[in-house]
Design a binder for this molecule. Structure first.
Ligand SMILES: [Zn+2]
Length: 321
C-alpha cells in the first residue's frame, strides 16, 4: 500500500465525517465528529485538525504524508474561489467565509472545498458507478434532489459555481410548491416531501396498507415506508414509484439531450427504492430523449454508499492539482 493518503471531509448538518483515502480511492480509516460541536469556522478547523492528527496516529503515518484535504459541504459554495456563500442546516456565521484559505493556513497542505453533491459526483465518476467514463452525471435523491456534472473528466461549476442543480429544473408549469419557493421543480415530485405528499393522497383515496404502515410509525410517512409497501405488493405504492420514474425520466431526458452523458448515476437515500422506479425511469428517458444519445447513455445506481462523501472530498484535492 502506498503510504500517502488524501483526507476527505464530508461536512453535513448532523455529522462531519473525516477519512483517509488512498490514491486508489479506498477509505483506510475514518472518524465522525458531531456537527453541533463544530458550527463556527474556528471550531470546524479545530475539529478537522484534531481528527487528522488522530487518523495519522492510528495509521502510523506522518502528517507530511497527507497529500491534501478536500471538504464537501452541504450548501452554496464557489469551489473555484474556495468561498462558502451559505450552509444548509448549520447555524449562521458562514456567509462569505473563504474556507479554503483558512484550511490551507491551518493545515499547511493543498486544500479544496466544494458543494457536497459535486464532491460525490467526482467520487462516483472516479471510483464508483461512473468509473471509466469521460462524461458522467450524478443525481442524488433524498430530502433534496441534487446533481453534479462531470464533462470531459472535469467537474462543471459554471460561472457562479452552482451548476448541476437538476432538482430545481422545471418538470411541470404551475406544479406543486418546491422547498426553493418556485413551482413545479423536479424536487417537488421526487424529493422526500413530494413522495410523502403522494402517499398522503393515496391514503385519503382509501389506501389501507399505507395507512396502517404510517399508523405503526406514529403517523409519519417516508419514502422508506412507501418502498416497504411496494415490496409487499401494494399497487398504490408501486404507482407512486412509477410516477417518480416518470418525472425523473422527463428531467433526465433533458439532460441526455443537452449533454449526451455516457452514464447517469443515481444515489442518495431515496435511491434505495431503485428496483421500484428504474424500469419506468429508463423507459421514460428512451421515450422522451433523442434515440442516439439515449442509447449511448446507461442509467445506473451509485456504488460508493456511506463513504461517497469522504472519497468525493478527497477527489477534490486530486482534481485541483
Ligand atoms: Zn425548486
Amino acid at each position: 500500500m502506498s503510504r500517502s493518503v488524501t483526507v476527505g471531509v464530508d461536512f453535513g448538518g448532523t455529522n462531519i465525517k473525516v477519512g483517509c483515502v488512498t490514491p486508489r480511492g479506498r477509505v483506510v480509516r475514518r472518524l465522525v465528529l458531531p456537527t453541533r460541536a463544530h458550527t463556527t469556522p474556528e471550531t470546524f478547523l479545530d475539529g478537522v485538525e484534531g481528527a487528522i492528527a488522530r487518523l495519522c496516529a492510528a495509521l502510523t503515518i506522518r502528517r507530511s504524508q497527507v497529500r491534501g484535504v478536500g471538504v464537501g459541504v452541504a450548501g452554496l459554495v464557489d469551489g473555484s474561489r474556495g468561498v462558502i456563500y451559505r450552509l444548509v442546516n448549520v447555524p449562521g456565521g458562514w456567509e462569505g467565509v473563504a474556507l479554503r484559505r483558512l484550511l490551507e493556513r491551518r493545515l499547511r497542505c493543498p486544500c479544496a472545498i466544494e458543494n457536497d453533491v459535486n464532491a460525490v459526483a467526482l467520487g462516483e465518476w472516479r471510483f464508483g458507478a461512473g468509473r471509466g467514463t469521460r462524461h458522467s452525471v450524478y443525481v442524488t435523491l433524498g430530502t433534496g434532489v441534487g446533481g453534479g456534472l462531470v464533462v470531459d473528466g472535469k467537474l462543471v461549476r459554471g460561472i457562479a459555481g452552482t451548476a448541476g442543480e437538476i432538482g430545481h429544473t422545471g418538470v411541470r408549469l404551475n406544479g406543486p410548491r418546491c422547498a426553493c419557493g418556485r413551482r413545479g421543480c423536479l424536487e417537488a415530485f421526487v424529493g422526500t416531501a413530494g413522495i410523502v405528499r403522494r402517499a398522503r393522497q393515496a391514503i385519503r383515496a382509501g389506501n389501507r396498507p399505507l395507512e396502517r404502515l404510517a399508523a405503526r410509525h406514529g403517523g409519519r410517512l417516508s419514502p422508506e415506508l412507501v418502498s416497504r409497501a411496494a415490496r409487499a405488493g401494494d399497487r398504490a405504492a408501486r404507482e407512486i414509484w412509477q410516477e417518480v420514474g416518470c418525472y425523473l425520466g422527463a428531467a433526465l431526458a433533458n439532460v441526455v439531450n443537452l449533454l449526451s452523458p455516457e452514464r447517469i448515476v443515481i444515489g442518495g437515500g431515496v435511491a434505495g427504492a431503485w428496483p421500484w422506479f428504474r424500469g419506468r425511469l429508463r423507459a421514460t428517458v428512451r421515450e422522451l430523449a433523442f434515440a442516439v444519445p439515449a442509447r449511448a447513455c446507461q442509467i445506473v445506481r451509485a456504488q460508493l454508499g456511506d463513504d461517497a462523501g469522504i472519497i468525493g472530498g478527497a477527489m477534490l484535492v486530486e482534481e485541483g492539482r
